[in-house]
Write a new protein. Structure first.
Length: 421
C-alpha cells in the first residue's frame, strides 16, 4: 500500500535532528546562518529591493528572516505593516484555514478571490474585480507545487499601494526558486510534509527593508522554542516515518481494517505542524537552535532539485495515462513540481476506496479550506469550493514503476471524473 504522502527526510537527517537537540547553541547565530544560506540561492541579487547582503559576524541576510513557521511569518508581516483595522485582505480562495484566521486576528477582513483551475491562481482581472477602497493587502498561495509569475498582480499591488504576500509553502523546489521579485514578502515552509522538510521552520524573503526591520523587532520579543519541544517533534516524526514505510503501512492498514478503524483519519490528525494546539501562542515563538541547525542542514542538501524533478516526472507520466491530463489541478501552470498531484472527482470517497483496493491510499486535501466570504459579500468562489469538496490527491513517489502508474490510472474511471468548474 502506497501511503498518501511520504516525509521528505531520511534517517540520517532524523538522527542529526535528534543530536542537534542535545547540542544546544545560540538561536540568533543559527538563524543568521539559515538566512545567509537561503539567500545564497536567491536569483534576485542586485534587484531593485536594494539586495545588499550582510557579511559575516552572524548578521544574517538583509532580505531573509528565519521563523518558526509560515504562519508565524505572516503574523509578523501583518503586525509590522500596521494596516488599519477593518482593512480588506484579498486572498486566493484556497489555503489552510490558519492563514485567514491570522488575518482576522489582526482586525482585518479576508476576501476570497476565486482560482483558475488550470493555474490554481486567480487571474489579474479577478484580483482587480474583488478590490474595494478598503483593500490594503493581498495574500496569494501557490498550491500543490505550482509556481507562476505574479507580474500583473505585482503591478496592480504596487500601483494601489497594497502589501503583497506570496505563500510559497507548497512550492519550494530547491535553490533556484525564491518567489516573485514583485512580492513584498515570499514565505517558504519546511514543515513536516513539505519538500526538504526540517520538521518545522520557515524563511521569509522580505524585499522592503523597513518592513523587514519592523518584523525583526517584533520577532525579538517572542520567546525561543525550547529544545525539548523540538526533540519531541523529531521523535514523533521518526515514528511516523517508520509507520508510513510501505511494508509497515500495508500492515497498519490491514490491521485497522480488521479492527474496523479508519487508519487515514488517525494519521492525518497527527501530521499537522500545530495539530491540537492553540494557534497564536504556538506560532508566536522564535525557532530554537536545534530546529535551525536541522534546517540549515536541509538547505545544504544537494539532491533537492533532483528529487523534485523526479517527483514531477512521475506525475507527468501518470497524467499522460489519464483520460484527460488537463483535468489535473494546476496542469496549465508555467511550472508544476507536483508537491501534490490532485484530480477532481464526482465522488471522492468512491474514488479513494477504488484506489485503496488496488494498493494506493489516496486522500482528500484535508488541510486546505475555502476562504469564507465576509458578511454581505457574495461568495462567488466556485472553483475553490469545488476543489475543496471534490479533489483527490494521488500517492506518487519518485521512481514509481510504470506498472504501478498503469494500475493507478486504470482505476480512475473517466465516468467518475467531475469536470473542473
Amino acid at each position: 500500500m502506497y501511503p498518501p504522502k511520504n516525509f521528505d527526510i531520511g534517517w540520517p537527517d532524523l538522527a542529526y535532528g535528534m543530536a542537534a537537540c542535545a547540542r544546544g547553541g545560540d538561536a540568533d547565530r543559527w538563524a543568521a546562518a539559515v538566512e545567509r544560506r537561503f539567500a545564497d540561492g536567491c536569483m534576485e541579487r542586485g534587484a531593485a529591493d536594494g539586495g545588499a547582503r550582510a557579511a559575516g559576524g552572524g548578521a544574517g541576510d538583509e532580505r531573509c528572516l528565519a521563523a518558526l513557521s509560515v504562519r508565524s511569518a505572516l503574523d509578523l508581516a501583518l503586525a509590522a505593516a500596521s494596516l488599519p483595522r477593518g482593512s480588506e485582505v484579498l486572498m486566493s480562495a484556497v489555503t489552510i484555514p490558519d492563514m485567514w484566521r491570522i488575518v482576522m486576528e489582526h482586525g482585518l477582513v479576508p476576501v476570497p478571490v476565486d482560482l483558475d483551475a488550470g493555474t490554481l491562481l486567480p487571474t489579474a482581472e479577478q484580483w482587480a474585480a474583488a478590490a474595494t477602497e478598503r483593500t490594503r493587502a493581498v495574500v496569494v498561495a501557490h498550491l500543490f507545487g505550482t509556481q507562476a509569475p505574479l507580474g500583473p498582480l505585482a503591478e496592480l499591488a504596487a500601483r494601489r499601494g497594497w502589501l503583497l504576500v506570496e505563500d510559497c509553502a507548497q512550492a519550494y523546489s530547491g535553490p533556484d526558486f525564491r518567489g516573485s521579485p514583485g512580492a513584498d514578502v515570499s514565505l517558504f515552509s519546511f514543515g513536516p510534509i513539505k519538500t526538504a522538510t526540517a520538521l518545522g521552520g520557515a524563511v521569509a524573503v522580505v524585499r522592503n527593508p523597513g518592513l523587514l526591520a519592523a518584523m525583526r523587532a517584533l520577532h525579538r520579543e517572542w520567546p525561543v522554542q525550547g529544545q525539548d519541544a523540538q526533540a519531541r517533534r523529531v521523535a514523533k516524526y521518526a515514528l511516523l516515518a517508520l509507520l508510513t514505510a510501505r511494508p509497515v503501512y500495508t500492515g497498519l492498514v490491514a490491521a485497522a481494517g480488521l479492527l474496523g478503524r479508519d487508519h487515514a483519519s488517525g494519521l492525518q490528525s497527527t501530521v499537522g505542524a500545530f495539530a491540537g494546539t492553540e494557534l497564536l501562542p504556538a506560532i508566536r515563538q522564535r525557532p530554537g537552535p536545534a530546529l535551525l541547525d536541522l534546517l540549515d542542514r536541509r538547505l545544504r542538501a544537494p539532491d533537492t532539485t533532483r528529487t523534485v524533478a523526479g517527483r514531477a516526472a512521475v506525475a507527468r507520466r501518470l497524467a499522460a495515462r489519464l483520460p484527460d491530463p488537463s483535468l489535473v489541478y494546476g496542469a496549465s501552470a508555467p511550472v508544476h513540481t507536483y508537491w501534490l498531484c490532485a484530480v477532481p472527482t464526482r465522488d471522492p470517497d468512491a474514488t479513494i476506496a477504488r484506489l485503496r483496493s488496488v494498493g494506493f491510499d489516496a486522500a482528500r486535501p484535508a488541510s486546505l479550506g475555502a476562504v469564507p466570504a465576509p458578511p454581505g459579500r457574495r461568495q462567488g468562489a466556485r472553483t475553490a469550493a469545488h476543489l475543496v469538496r471534490h479533489a483527490v490527491c494521488l500517492p506518487l513517489r519518485p521512481g514509481m514503476p510504470e506498472r504501478a502508474l498503469a494500475r493507478m490510472a486504470a482505476v480512475l474511471d473517466p465516468e467518475d471524473w467531475g469536470p473542473k468548474p
